[in-house]
Design a protein around this ligand. Structure first.
Ligand code: CA
Length: 734
């Protein structure tokens, strides 16, 4: 093998000798450089793209003279393809690299170990970007960061867009060398993580149930959690002795859950929900937890996902269940315009151990509308309530230890709300609490994502009737463009692949579309589609079974899509049998599907079939499905068939809503295996109101998991059976 001569850029005098900075431009040069490192050395990766680079960085530095791996220029070194980073040794520092355009061939992108038993200690990863570095297979589980060893630091990193199964970052305690680790995780930007649609979408996990009675002593401070929506645990704390402080949770669906382990402190954190669905705060389980001086505003989460939830435990709990709350201190938190505070949550025959030896004091619970948001599910005699203040609640759930009084809030210089005047100065969060600035986290040299806006952000493009004028316009459209269709007839001879957000809207008049392929639209990865004011007919489609007006990409999709249909008419999807309006593939996921003010008639298949995840692994195909003000006539399949199997309770969805709509002869086709006009299996939230069902199959709601809430009201059933609701879960809330 040829030895590669290293380029030695500079020499630096150091206390112990000559430290070098080595600029390397190939993987071979890097490997040679790593072999000869001494304390104080720096390896610099040359600017450019490093493809398929499995970086193994080992060495032993000293406290004053770490060994560093960095970029020639921060943000100009891209690690792509099948790459990853493992580090082992002592006093190592890695910085400045960008992982994107690929995915790890192993189970981890950045690992603080070489292999089992060979860990990193006193080492640091800082100013690293991992940007959508996702396995193309949505449910192929992997991890972006795994911390092992002890005394390591992970700071000022930018982790955005993990859309595959597997926690974004985990601290492992699976050997003695990794327990009582005193790691520090600080000033990171944990950017948007889309809804996964199954368990395994946590952003940060510390420990596992197996080692949960060990202490980790990890400090998680000053991190920004921006729209971390993967599943119901944003952070899953599963070990003891940790500290979470100064973090900001922005519009993140889910909670900081003290799932396992005791003696953790949660203080000085800010949760801003902005009334986004399922935004939560802190869930308390286990002994010796301290929850102090946290600010929660506009959190809508309910049940285990509430603003502040104190659980019941299991007597002599097995490791993977719930140790009872004992000796908890919950004080000086401000809970403002949020929806749920729960005591004794989860109380049932198994979770019968109520909280003991605990205090809940000097907390502020303020709801402008004076609603009681406190729910008490079991005996709270083991919690001493002192000096808590409620805003003038009409019927408080708890009276001892709470003052319910007239109270106004005023905004302070730090942007947070406090009781006006001096009377309650000691209640709620301290005046010096600071809401973390997003820009102080992550890196300065890589842009943070903007708001989630899909449609109508681009140009408006006029389209005239004709053959493939629509296809051509769609093909040339950019992100967020609007195609404005002049009245007339449109013939589409090729399937339109929508791989970016696209709106197709009719100008005043009638724009009619016919298509000659087995699908008019295919939503590709990254695509979303909004149809407005159109008339779509299936009569020119091929005379084969199984056509679709719209289908998803036929394989796994990483990006969640949206489909919006408004003021449109969809008709004559009936040239052959099983012609669906929408067909989805396994491992695809709709963020939302919304149909409003539209008419669907003469369809031989289903309108919406989101029932491809039949392995009962807790997966499903869409989060929010909403149908309002629409008419469905002569639909042989179901209006909606939604399937969420499995028994884990890790997801908020699916959600289904049907309002102010009419169904006339829906579900009566012999091929409709659901034998329903609407079949909802494992759906977590259902609202069906103000509809008329005529000559249609029944609604079938099958409760299989979680704590589903199903509400039906003001529906008329003419020549149609009453809804059928089947129960397979213990606890029900209708
Ligand atoms: Ca989970």
């Amino acid at each position: 093998m040829i030895r590669i001569t290293l380029v030695v850029l500079t020499f630096m005098l150091s206390q112990t000798g000559l430290a070098e900075t080595l600029l390397v431009s190939s993987q071979d040069e890097f490997e040679d450089a790593v072999d000869d490192l001494v304390p104080g050395d720096t390896i610099m990766l040359a600017n450019g793209t490093w493809r398929d680079f499995e970086i193994l960085f080992t060495g032993v530095g000293t406290p004053g003279q770490p060994i560093t791996l960095t970029a020639e220029t921060r943000g100009e070194v891209f690690i792509t393809g099948q790459s990853n980073l493992r580090m082992a040794g002592e006093y190592l520092v890695v910085s400045g690299l960008v992982f994107r355009d690929g995915y790890t061939p192993t189970n981890t992108v950045i690992s603080f170990r070489r292999t089992r038993g060979d860990y990193a200690y006193h080492s640091r990863v800082t100013e690293i970007v991992i940007d959508r570095y996702n396995n193309p297979e949505r449910h192929e589980s992997d991890f972006w960061v795994m911390m092992y060893g002890k005394h390591n630091r992970f700071d000022h990193n930018h982790l955005v867009g993990k859309s595959t199964a597997g926690v974004t970052m985990a601290v492992r305690l699976d050997s003695e060398e990794s327990q009582e680790n005193h790691h520090r995780i600080d000033h990171n930007y944990f950017g948007p993580r889309p809804i996964l649609g199954s368990n395994g979408g946590e952003t940060l996990r510390i420990g596992t149930s197996h080692y949960s009675r060990s202490n980790s002593f990890t400090v998680v401070e000053n991190n920004y959690f921006d729209r971390c929506n993967g599943e119901l645990e944003v952070i899953s704390n599963k070990s003891g002795g940790n500290t979470f402080r100064g973090n900001l949770f922005f519009e993140s669906r889910g909670t900081l859950t003290l799932r396992h382990g005791s003696g953790t402190v949660v203080e000085n954190n800010v949760f801003l929900g902005n009334r986004v669905d399922h935004t939560g705060g802190i869930r308390v389980i286990n002994a010796d937890q301290v929850v102090r001086n946290n600010y929660m505003h506009g959190l809508t989460g309910h049940r285990f996902g509430g603003a502040l939830v104190v659980m019941n435990g299991v007597p002599n709990s097995p490791l993977n269940r719930y140790d009872p709350v004992d000796n908890a201190i919950i004080e000086n938190n401000s809970i403002i315009d949020s929806d749920h505070v729960e005591f004794g949550a989860g109380s049932d025959e198994e979770r019968s151990a109520t909280p003991t030896n605990s205090v809940f004091r000097s907390n502020l619970i303020f709801n402008e509308d004076r609603q009681n948001i406190v729910a008490v599910h079991d005996d709270v005699g083991g919690i001493e309530f002192q000096g808590n203040v409620l805003k003038n609640v009409d019927e408080p759930a708890l009276t001892g230890g709470f003052i319910s009084t007239t109270l106004e809030l005023a905004s302070a210089d730090n942007g947070l709300l406090y009781p006006a005047g001096e009377q309650f100065a000691d209640v709620g969060v301290s005046r010096d609490l600071k809401a973390l600035d997003r820009e102080s986290t992550g890196v300065s040299w890589y842009p943070k994502p903007g708001p989630d806006i899909r449609f109508a952000t681009g140009e408006t493009i006029a389209v005239v009737p004709g053959e493939d004028t629509l296809f051509d316009a769609a093909d040339g459209a950019g992100d967020g463009d609007i195609l404005l269709l002049a009245p007339g007839e449109y013939i589409v001879t090729k399937t339109i692949v929508v791989d970016r957000p696209l709106t197709i809207r009719a100008a005043p008049g009638t724009a009619s579309i016919e298509f000659e392929r087995t699908a008019l639209f295919e939503i590709g990865d990254g695509g979303s589609l909004k149809l407005s004011g159109l008339t779509i007919s299936g009569r020119a489609a091929p005379d084969v079974a199984g056509n679709s007006a719209i289908r998803t990409h036929r394989y796994s999709m990483l990006n969640n899509y949206a489909l919006v249909v408004e003021d449109s008419t969809i008709q004559d999807l009936d040239v052959n049998h099983s012609f669906n309006f929408l067909s989805v593939a396994r491992h695809t996921f709709a963020d939302h599907i919304a149909i409003s003010d539209s008419e669907f008639r003469n369809i031989t298949g289903h309108v919406l079939t989101l029932a491809q995840e039949t392995d009962d692994l807790g997966l499903y195909n869409g989060e929010y499905i909403s149908i309002t003000g629409s008419r469905f006539q002569n639909i042989e399949g179901a209006l909606a068939d939604i399937y969420r199997g499995g028994t884990d309770e890790s997801t908020f969805g699916p959600h289904f809503e049907l309002r102010s709509s009419s169904l006339d002869s829906v579900g009566n086709g012999s091929r409709n295996k659901s034998i329903a006009s609407i079949r909802l299996l494992g759906v977590q939230a259902t609202d069906i109101f103000d509809n008329v069902f005529a000559d249609s199959q029944p609604i079938r709601v099958i409760h299989t998991v979680g704590d589903p809430v199903t509400r039906l009201g003001d529906n008329q059933f003419e020549e149609s059976p009453e809804p059928i609701i089947q129960e397979f879960v213990r606890l029900m809330e209708h």
